[in-house]
Design a protein around this ligand. Structure first.
Ligand code: SF4
Ligand code: SF4
Length: 131
């Protein structure tokens, strides 16, 4: 059984690393990826959020898909990572990926392991093993 603490630790492990790199590359980005269409949950996000005991974010249709995401603020995303659509955690643009790959290989590999760990935990919550 996955505890909430395990999951939060897994999110923290990837967040620290991702945010170190977004803080380097995003401020000068000319094609910001945080557009409104990416801020909406898909079906698996909805299931995951309910499994965490959280209410779903209100889906509002008051702006175009291509407008800035409603959760984007000047300091970045205003949602804690576990509350974001999961695509916001696994999507890496070319610039971000390149910044990460400039890290010492050991650090980059550790991040990939942490990301895979998070993916597997989330997968287990979405598809709990039948006992
Ligand atoms: S993740 Fe990449 S595309 Fe998105 S805002 Fe940052 S630099 Fe731009
Ligand atoms: S990271 Fe946050 S601001 Fe960016 S698309 Fe996802 S929810 Fe929106």
């Amino acid at each position: 059984m996955i505890s909430r603490a395990d999951l939060m630790n897994a999110f923290d492990a990837v967040s620290l690393y991702i945010e170190r790199h977004t803080s380097l590359v995003c401020p000068s980005c000319k094609n910001i990826c945080c557009i409104n269409k990416h801020g909406n949950y898909d079906d698996s996000d909805e299931i995951f959020i309910r499994a965490l005991g959280l209410g779903s974010l209100e889906q509002l249709y008051d702006r175009m898909d291509t407008e800035p995401c409603r959760y984007l603020q000047s300091s970045g995303c205003s949602l804690p990572r576990y509350r974001r659509p999961f695509r916001c955690t696994w999507y890496f643009c070319e610039g971000l990926l390149s910044s990460m790959q400039d890290d010492p290989p050991r650090e980059y590999r550790a991040f990939i392991r942490n990301l895979e760990n998070l993916r597997l935990l989330r997968q287990e919550i979405l598809n709990p093993p039948v006992v």
